[in-house]
Write a protein that binds this ligand. Structure first.
Ligand code: PLP
Ligand code: COI
Length: 354
């Protein structure tokens, strides 16, 4: 499919790298493509960045038919721009689409439009330490009717935002509260899909935690309120008595690409990695007897984010004396080293942009 490109007449001024934050500034253009059940995907186009106009009955505004992805373009020290495992984001997007009854995008088409868009906007990829161009592909249903059913019309869009660190703390350890009231997702629900509704429903607990001075919550499973699932909008990992433990992907957890990459790096380093159910009582015991050596969240936005304090049922526990641990630091250095082209990519994860 041909991609029609209409360039912006006036280009915006690129921001100072020290003022980036996360997802507040957007580039000059955006990608759009329409789908309908009769003709499939059509009208692939890159246009100047602008508001999207929607019919007030549009499906997404009423029934939340929306999915998204998040990946980054990184500038290497020789000035080139590269992506990290983009095909994994495309595959996950299609799994999310299947769950929400939104259309599939053939992998080669999704990769081609992403690449074309990043190539056009690549000058927006910042070069300061720790900065990147965050890419946000998203798809929504936009039938102009209020019936509840799988959509017949959808729009796919990609926008891009130059970003610094996601958390104000950067790589410094964060304080996390174990949430025993709300749950993020349930098995059989949409936890494994990256759909907007999951995030809307997670905000109440996040806000409560923030009011009590915590950066985010540690989610427990929705059936027994017992098994650890994720931390905020990141996957979570622990080092307990020398072994790495991370919750198994039971259906309510988002299969993170950073999680998958951490597991491969850790196994490559010789660590045993257990993907299994992790009872909060086991975590409590490990916190009490000092065998919880490290804890961290992992996701595209923050890469890895060390957990320095955990609170549960009114008790506060410090993790590794509130400092980043060796495994967490090594994972951060290895993943960011590969992403920013500072170390050899022996896994074949990077994807250069022309
Ligand atoms: N869990 C949730 C709920 C997320 O939103 C994300 C972010 O995308 C992740 C985990 C981490 O996934 P990834 O490493 O692919 O960014
Ligand atoms: C992540 O990249 O880890 C995220 O969770 C992204 C977030 C802005 C939804």
């Amino acid at each position: 499919m041909e991609i029609k490109i209409t360039k912006a007449e006036v280009l915006k001024q690129k921001p100072d790298s020290s003022t980036l934050g996360f997802g507040k500034i957007f580039t000059d253009h955006m990608f759009l493509m329409d789908w309908n059940s009769e003709n499939g995907w059509q009208n692939a186009r890159i246009v100047p960045f602008a508001n999207i106009s929607l019919h007030p009955a549009s499906t997404v505004l009423h029934y939340g038919s929306e999915i998204f992805e998040g990946l980054k373009a990184y500038r290497t020290k020789d000035g080139k721009v590269q992506l990290f495992r983009p095909i994994e984001n495309i595959r996950r997007m299609n799994r999310s689409a299947e769950r929400l009854c939104l259309p599939q995008i053939p992998e080669d088409l999704a990769l081609k439009v992403l690449e074309t868009f990043v190539e056009l906007e690549k000058d927006w990829t910042p070069s300061a330490e720790g900065t990147s161009l965050y890419l946000r592909p998203f798809m929504f249903g936009n039938d102009e009717s209020l019936g509840v059913h799988a959509v017949h019309n959808a729009t796919y869009c990609i926008i891009a935002s130059p970003v610094g660190s996601y958390y104000a703390e950067g790589i410094n350890p964060v304080k996390i509260m174990i949430e025993d009231r709300d749950v993020r997702a349930v098995r059989g629900g949409t936890g494994y899909a990256k759909c907007g509704g999951n995030y809307a429903a997670s905000n109440r607990a996040g806000e409560r935690a923030a009011r009590e001075g915590y950066s985010q919550v540690l989610w427990l499973d929705g059936v027994e309120r017992k098994y650890i699932e994720e931390v905020g909008a990141m996957n979570v990992m622990f080092k307990i008595a020398g072994k790495i433990v991370t919750p198994a992907l039971t259906g309510s957890i988002l299969p993170g690409i950073t999680r998958m990459s951490c597991i491969e790096v850790l196994k490559n380093m010789g660590y045993e990695v257990e993907e299994r159910l992790l009872d909060v009582a086991e975590l409590e015991t490990a916190l009490e007897n000092g065998t919880l050596e490290e804890a961290w969240g992992c996701g595209t936005a923050a890469v890895v984010s060390p957990i320095g304090e955990l609170a549960y049922k009114g008790k506060k526990y410090s993790v590794n004396n509130g400092k980043i641990g060796d495994v967490t630091q090594t994972l951060y250095d290895t993943l960011t080293g590969i992403q920013w082209g500072k170390i050899e990519d022996k896994f074949g994860w990077t994807y250069p942009i022309k």
